[in-house]
Every structure is written in C-alpha cells, then in structure tokens.
Ligand binder design. Sequence first.
Ligand code: PNS
Length: 161
Amino acid sequence: MTRTALYPGSFDPITLGHIDVIGRAAGVFDRVVVGVLVNPKKTPLLELNERVTTIREAVDEDLPASAGRIEVASFDGLTVDYAQQIGASFIVRGLRAISDFESEMQMAHTNRKMHPDIDTIFFMTSLEHAYLSSSLVKEIASFGGDVSQMVPSAAARRLRR
Ligand code: PNS
C-alpha cells in the first residue's frame, strides 16, 4: 500500500521552513505531493507556474535522496477534494510556533468534518526555521533585501530575477 500525503500551501515563495517540512514528510510517507493552491483571492508575488517550477528545482537540489517520491502540482478548490483526487489519506502541515496552532487546528477540524477519512499530520519545523514566513520573505525581497538565508537557492535565484 502506498501512503500518500498532500502538503498544500501558497508557497509564495517556498522557504527553508517548507523544505524542512517536505523532507520530514518524505521520511514518513511513500509519496508526498506538494500542492500549490491557485487562490483567486490573493495576488501572488510569483506566478503559479513559477512557484511550481521553483519548488521542483528546490526539491531536486536540496532533497535529492527523496526527490523521486516528491511530486509538485497545482490545484484549485478544496484541499480535501484534491487530496481525494490524488489518493492522499493525509494532509501535511508545518507548525512553527504556538501562534500557528489555532488556525491550523481550525483547518484540520474543518477538513476532517468535510472528509473524515483524511487526517492532518503536523510536523514541527526545525527551530532554526521557526521564525520564517513567506510574507516576510516577500516583503524583504520586494525592498531588495537579501533572503538567501531564508529560502532555498532555487527560490533566491527566482526572486533575484
Ligand atoms: O500556505 P498557506 O497559505 O498557509 O496555505 C493555506 C491552504 C492552502 C492550506 C488553505 O488556504 C487551503 O486549504 N485552501 C484551499 C481551500 C480550502 O480547502 N479551504 C478550506 C480549508 S479548512
């Protein structure tokens, strides 16, 4: 039996914290699908295809041992519907600090209400990445700041461009 997990998110851009969570998930699941949400309510810094390509490059460069079991795709609509579509019984999310917990718990319970067979699994982001967020990275990058310690090299290259 192949255990598939979906790691959904905006990934605008992917950070080292996300890479950390993907690597941890790949240590537990046979197949990890990183699902990039098409969110019509948000104007992203990076286009959808740029985010997908950047994550693919980052996974290949930074997680070479697990890269063959990690897929990157985009989706729209409900996360639980996409999880079902790809045969994932688990949704993966990262927890950085207690401040993430409330909204993540709400999402996990709501997803379970909609789809009781799909469980959410949380991975604690490593402490060195616990302060990272895509929104801060975006802000720093938009003012020309150096984010190379915060994002994988593939994302740093993309942001520079
Ligand atoms: O990276 P983010 O922005 O924290 O990810 C949030 C995401 C994409 C996981 C969440 O917004 C989501 O699942 N959106 C898809 C629509 C959906 O399923 N909404 C109900 C969530 S309970």
